[in-house]
Design a protein around this ligand. Structure first.
Ligand SMILES: [Zn+2]
Ligand SMILES: [Zn+2]
Length: 73
Protein backbone atom coordinates (compact mmCIF):
# COMPACT_ATOMS: atom_id res chain seq x y z
CA UNK A 1 0.00 0.00 0.00
CA UNK A 2 1.26 3.48 -0.78
CA UNK A 3 2.17 5.63 2.12
CA UNK A 4 0.13 8.73 1.47
CA UNK A 5 2.43 11.62 2.17
CA UNK A 6 0.68 14.76 3.17
CA UNK A 7 3.04 17.41 1.90
CA UNK A 8 5.03 18.34 -1.17
CA UNK A 9 8.68 17.24 -1.14
CA UNK A 10 9.74 20.56 -2.63
CA UNK A 11 7.56 23.39 -1.33
CA UNK A 12 5.98 21.68 1.71
CA UNK A 13 2.51 22.51 0.49
CA UNK A 14 -0.12 20.47 2.24
CA UNK A 15 -1.51 17.72 0.06
CA UNK A 16 -4.78 16.18 1.15
CA UNK A 17 -5.45 12.63 0.05
CA UNK A 18 -7.94 13.81 -2.53
CA UNK A 19 -5.69 16.59 -3.87
CA UNK A 20 -3.85 16.21 -7.14
CA UNK A 21 -0.31 15.05 -6.38
CA UNK A 22 2.50 13.42 -8.29
CA UNK A 23 4.75 10.64 -7.00
CA UNK A 24 7.87 8.83 -8.19
CA UNK A 25 8.44 5.11 -7.74
CA UNK A 26 10.12 5.82 -4.38
CA UNK A 27 7.02 7.72 -3.32
CA UNK A 28 8.59 11.15 -3.25
CA UNK A 29 5.51 13.31 -3.45
CA UNK A 30 5.09 16.64 -5.18
CA UNK A 31 2.25 19.07 -5.69
CA UNK A 32 1.07 19.79 -9.20
CA UNK A 33 2.95 23.06 -9.67
CA UNK A 34 6.28 21.64 -8.43
CA UNK A 35 5.86 18.60 -10.67
CA UNK A 36 5.43 20.89 -13.64
CA UNK A 37 8.43 22.94 -12.53
CA UNK A 38 10.52 19.76 -12.32
CA UNK A 39 9.21 18.60 -15.73
CA UNK A 40 7.80 15.53 -13.99
CA UNK A 41 11.23 14.25 -12.95
CA UNK A 42 11.86 13.60 -9.26
CA UNK A 43 14.63 15.83 -7.92
CA UNK A 44 15.67 13.17 -5.37
CA UNK A 45 15.97 10.09 -7.54
CA UNK A 46 15.49 11.33 -11.13
CA UNK A 47 12.50 9.03 -11.47
CA UNK A 48 9.45 9.90 -13.51
CA UNK A 49 6.59 11.49 -11.62
CA UNK A 50 3.16 10.04 -12.15
CA UNK A 51 -0.26 11.13 -11.00
CA UNK A 52 -1.08 9.71 -7.58
CA UNK A 53 -4.39 7.88 -7.47
CA UNK A 54 -6.70 9.72 -5.11
CA UNK A 55 -7.76 7.88 -1.97
CA UNK A 56 -11.00 9.15 -0.62
CA UNK A 57 -11.46 7.03 2.48
CA UNK A 58 -9.27 6.34 5.50
CA UNK A 59 -7.56 2.97 5.43
CA UNK A 60 -8.40 0.75 8.38
CA UNK A 61 -6.06 1.41 11.26
CA UNK A 62 -6.61 -2.08 12.71
CA UNK A 63 -3.55 -4.32 13.05
CA UNK A 64 -3.70 -7.33 10.72
CA UNK A 65 -3.91 -9.88 13.55
CA UNK A 66 -6.87 -8.15 15.13
CA UNK A 67 -8.62 -7.91 11.79
CA UNK A 68 -8.17 -11.65 11.23
CA UNK A 69 -9.57 -12.51 14.65
CA UNK A 70 -12.68 -10.43 14.11
CA UNK A 71 -13.26 -12.15 10.77
CA UNK A 72 -13.17 -15.65 12.27
CA UNK A 73 -14.83 -15.17 15.64
ZN1 LIG B 1 5.17 21.79 -4.24
ZN1 LIG C 1 11.97 10.19 -6.07
Amino acid sequence: MLRMKTECEQCRAKLARKDVAYICSFECTYCKSCSEELHFVCKNCQGALVLRPPRLIEPFKVPAAELKNSFFS
